[in-house]
Design a protein around this ligand. Structure first.
Ligand code: ZN
Length: 77
């Protein structure tokens, strides 16, 4: 997916509440194991890097590494 499309999905998802608006409490980077990315909704499979994110409000979401970087840059300061 193109960078601009991903950023649009992140912004729309934050408004809709489907994408977190708060930074992770804990993150782990590892090999993709097929979890669905919260940003692009595609499965994260090896050799892609999976970012596992525990949210401050509870719950765990997963990102592609590239989706995570865009999401992290879009978080409110
Ligand atoms: Zn993704």
């Amino acid at each position: 997916m193109e960078r601009e499309a991903l950023i649009a999905r992140i912004e729309a998802g934050m408004s809709a509440g489907t994408v977190p608006c708060q930074d992770c409490l804990v993150t782990w980077f590892g090999e993709g194991r097929g979890h669905r990315c919260v940003v692009c909704e595609e499965p994260i499979t090896s050799p892609d890097t999976e970012v596992e994110c525990d949210l401050p409000g509870g719950g765990t979401v997963y990102f592609h590494n590239a989706c995570f970087d865009l999401w992290h840059a879009a978080l409110p300061a």
